[in-house]
Design a protein around this ligand. Structure first.
Ligand SMILES: [Zn+2]
Length: 386
């Protein structure tokens, strides 16, 4: 594979020419040394963007990680193929093949290791914030050992984020293993111990950070599902790096087309903002765009919400409550309560007034959702009579 910047640009141009209804090229801006930073937008233009999830995939933040080139190339080819049709129909996937063209030209690690670069600050982060990315995937590559990894880098312990990032990376590792690639799942703490060395060194800094800083603000500001990964260009050739990367990435993209069992709508599972699967504060909305807006606002104001509480005064009555103490909200939120089994619901009230609700059931439980219109500070209680 030709690993030059020119070759990457030639391939993306060809992709756009050959797939006019699917692919658009956008220049995000100009690097410090005057090179274009290009993004490839892939989607089925016949479907409204408001109905779609938005995924952003970044490659080559670190200019010498050459295994990223075949991984991104395989992904682009897959996305325009027949196999990628359902992803295109239900998602906009924005791929930035070379985030750091100046580093790539020199084949140097390049961008500042532990801080956001000017390029990221000026062009990449604004794109992510503007499109309110539902998912952000950051592809890196190792040039030693035989490790391939997916990284659950950017989570807090709020909501069910530890669990959900684990589920997402678990699907990636499973898909890759089925194709013959033994990915491991790393949290940040593990990554800092250099597990590709035979004798892991002790971490120099126990709170060591992941070295792509666009990931941190995407999670921090939007509650995007943020995943990192490392392919391996030492033990695998270009073709294998491409196959390996794709085998791990496709299950993640498919998660964005799937309804997770605790969700009402399909999409990347990033809408539990406080609480847990039992009782939670959720983003709300009639379509993907509304849910994105609701999610971003609620997450930015998460400190003003109490953890939701569920109590059962009797076996036939459930009370779910949450308090909000911030400025008036612009978007609705949802209170979601999981109920054991599939009992009939006699009455649901929000702060004492009969209210609409919607629900989704599985074989052992029912998830009941009550939407609260754009709210002011106060206490909100849902009472459910069974
Ligand atoms: Zn890297």
């Amino acid at each position: 594979m030709n690993l030059s910047l020119e070759a990457v640009e030639k391939n993306t141009n060809k992709l756009a020419v050959n797939n006019p209804g699917i692919v658009e090229l956008h220049s995000l801006g100009i690097s410090a040394e005057g090179r274009d930073i290009n993004a490839v937008y892939i989607t089925d233009k016949r479907v409204s963007l408001a109905e779609k999830e938005v995924a952003v995939v970044m490659g080559l933040r670190h200019g010498d990680e050459v295994g990223v080139v075949p991984a991104v190339s395989s992904l682009l080819d897959w996305l325009v193929s027949e196999d990628g049709a359902e992803i295109r129909r239900r998602q906009l996937v924005i791929v930035i093949p070379v985030v750091n063209p100046d580093g790539f030209i020199k084949q140097e690690f390049g961008a500042p290791r532990d801080m956001i670069s000017d390029t990221e600050n000026k062009y990449i982060l604004p794109l992510i914030l503007e499109c309110q990315a539902d998912m952000l995937l950051d592809i890196h590559s190792l040039d030693r050992g035989d490790l391939e990894a997916v990284i659950t880098g950017h989570t807090t312990h709020l909501g069910e984020d530890d669990l959900i990032h684990g589920i997402a990376t678990g699907k990636m590792a499973e898909g890759a293993a089925a194709a013959g690639y033994p990915y491991v799942i790393h949290t940040l703490g593990v990554q800092s111990r250099a597990p590709w060395l035979s004798t892991p060194r002790p971490p120099r800094n126990p709170s060591s950070s992941y070295n792509n800083w666009v990931c941190a603000p995407a999670y921090e500001q939007l509650h995007s599902l943020v995943i990192g990964m490392e392919v391996n260009s030492f033990s695998l050739n270009d073709e294998e790096c491409g196959n390996s990367g794709l085998a791990a990435i496709v299950p993640l993209l498919q998660l964005g087309n799937t309804r997770s069992f605790w969700e009402y709508a399909p999409g990347y599972p990033n809408r539990i903002l406080r609480g847990n699967i039992h009782i939670s504060l959720r983003a709300s909305g009639q379509n993907a765009a509304e849910r994105r807006k609701s999610r971003a606002e609620l997450w930015q104001k998460r400190e003003f919400f109490s953890d939701p509480i569920k109590i059962m005064p009797t076996t036939h009555n459930i009370k779910a409550s949450i308090e909000y103490s911030g400025e008036p909200l612009s978007n609705a939120f949802s209170i979601c309560c999981r109920i054991r089994g599939n009992p009939g619901i006699k009455d649901i009230r929000l702060n004492g007034t009969k209210t609409d609700y919607y629900m989704v059931a599985d074989n052992c439980s029912s998830f009941v959702f009550v939407d609260v219109p754009p709210a002011v500070a106060g206490a909100y209680e849902v009472s459910i009579d069974l």
